[in-house]
Ligand binder design. Structure first.
Ligand code: C2E
Ligand code: CA
Ligand code: CA
Length: 478
């Protein structure tokens, strides 16, 4: 710095040089005013270490600060906490209201976060809607609960965007030095895992890191990642389970049940990946693939000379509610050349109960097309048959939990008998699921149940085995 006579200071750079002047060697001091350069350097600093949108420290500065906090904590024998915070459903707000509104929301969140912590703590923004907070002086572990609660409350206060009132929530994961990690990377990773766990628990909540989380969440993340690629890698397969008409004893149809042939984990049942596919929206392309594959295969079996059969395809709520659902069904039937009557769609009671009016319209259109409609897992939901009569459905499938103990359990026997009798009164066909033995079969026969499906006939079979099953004709082993 060089002080002027007027008292002001300017940053200067001084370099020295030797030269010959008037025959003598002299040393020169060159003093240069570097105000402009200093300003430019400051700007570069700002860009390199701070987030332009919110003015908060960025990832690089966060890492520096966390490193310093750890050194300090070692010296003072203290703990440091890291909170990873991610806004819930930020993407959909950004998509609906636009980026300008999204940016202003992030700026507000940044302000609110800064107000929740001390000046000695660090609030950083490390990516889209991801923030990290370093709490460097913790006296008692319970204080962290209070801070996390305070942050969640601050974020969830309504805010005005584009003249609308918006509610947003966040999920927080907490990792503590030294228990949960002793270096910067390890602590950040574990706080991040805990954050995923908080999301998993329904959002708007916080979670502390724990060792077993490491394995669980990692598995979940790996699975989710590979699920994204499973379709293009052709890893899904459909198994088919036969359905038999009880009166004629003939095979009349089959249910298409999806499996995932995972490269490392082997053959996975739907329970391992359908919920995840629903959460991520991947169920739409996967469900479409299953529908297309099952219809094409059914047509191919008919073309190979087997009796025309009906194939039942399972649907979940998002699929059924997608805008172009009817068009999708039409397109698949047209492309595969399958008659509409050879396709049955399996829906659940809960799918009908949410948005009942819209559902009825879609169901009527399907029925007009000639597609068959079945209610799956009947008896497990809250609706009654009399409620179902409002919907144009063709069949109920009695859930296997009711079939399991018939005819020995008098309650189940009474329930199953009543469902069959009432369904018939309403002109609905009945299929019993999970039929595993002859006494169940005989009981269902005496009650005039229309069709059965279950291990007694066969477990779900891969394509080639199902073809063999078709060739062998219908057989029940005594
Ligand atoms: P679900 O529709 O109730 O399917 C029947 C389940 O019962 C199948 O399990 C089948 O393997 C099993 N099962 C069949 N016979 C018997 C039996 O005699 N005894 C017993 N204990 N179980 C039997 P899976 O294949 O694991 O499928 C589970 C669920 O996954 C299905 O339940 C269905 O809701 C869903 N799912 C399967 N494929 C698809 C699909 O392509 N899309 C959608 N959205 N969901 C599917
Ligand atoms: Ca089903
Ligand atoms: Ca079922």
């Amino acid at each position: 710095m060089l002080a002027h006579r007027d008292g002001s200071c300017v940053p200067v750079e001084v370099t020295t040089a030797r030269t010959i002047w008037q025959g003598k060697q002299v040393e020169l001091a060159i003093v240069r005013d570097i105000t402009d350069r200093k300003k430019a350097e400051d700007e570069i600093q700002q860009l390199a270490y701070y987030d332009t949108l919110t003015g908060l420290p960025n990832r690089s500065l966060l890492q520096d600060r966390l490193g310093q906090s750890i050194v300090q904590a070692v010296r003072d024998n203290r703990k440091v906490a890291i909170m990873c915070l991610d806004l819930d459903r930020f993407k959909s707000i950004n998509d609906t209201l636009g980026h300008v509104a999204g940016d202003s929301l992030l700026a507000t969140v940044a302000e609110r976060l800064t107000e929740c912590v001390w000046e000695t703590d660090t609030v950083a923004r490390i990516g889209g809607d991801e923030f990290v907070i370093i709490i460097s002086a913790i006296e008692h572990a319970e204080d962290l609960n209070k801070i996390a609660e305070k942050i969640l409350a601050a974020i969830s206060k309504p805010l005005a965007l584009n003249g609308q009132e918006i509610f947003i929530t966040a999920s927080i994961g907490i990792a503590i030095y030294p228990e949960d990690g002793t270096d910067v990377q390890g602590l950040l990773k574990n706080a991040d895992l805990a954050m995923y766990k908080a999301k998993d628990q329904g959002r708007d909540t916080f979670q502390y890191f724990s060792q077993e989380m490491n394995v669980q969440t990692l598995e979940h993340l790996i699975l989710e990642n590979s699920l994204r690629r499973a379709l293009e890698r052709n890893e899904f397969v459909i198994f088919y389970q036969p359905q038999m008409d009880l009166k004629s004893g003939r095979l009349v149809g089959m249910e298409a049940l999806i499996r995932w042939q995972h490269p490392d984990l082997g053959l996975l049942p739907p329970s391992r990946f359908i919920p995840m596919a629903e959460e991520t929206g991947l169920i739409l392309p996967i469900g479409e693939w299953a529908l297309q594959t099952a219809c094409a295969k059914n047509r191919a079996w008919m073309d190979a000379g087997f009796m025309p059969l009906r194939v039942a395809v399972n649907l979940c709520g998002i699929q059924f509610r997608q805008k172009k659902f009817i068009e999708l069904i039409e397109a698949v039937l047209k492309k595969t050349g399958l008659a509409p009557s050879q396709l049955e769609l399996e829906l659940t009671e809960s799918m009908l109960m949410s948005k009942a009016e819209e559902s009825t319209t879609v169901l009527h259109k399907l029925k007009e097309m000639g597609v068959s409609l079945a209610i799956d897992d009947f008896g497990t939901g809250y609706s009654s048959l009399s409620y179902l009569k409002n919907f144009p459905i063709n069949r109920v499938k009695i859930d296997r939990s009711f079939i399991r103990d018939v005819p020995n359990n008098p309650d189940d026997t009474a329930i199953v008998s009543a469902i069959i009798a009432m369904a018939h009164n309403l002109n609905l066909k009945v299929t019993a699921e999970g039929v595993e033995n002859h006494s169940q079969l005989e009981f269902l026969s005496t009650r005039n149940c229309n069709e059965i499906q279950g291990y007694l006939l066969s477990s779900p079979l891969p394509e080639a085995e199902f073809t063999r099953f078709l060739r062998g004709g219908m057989m029940i082993q005594e």
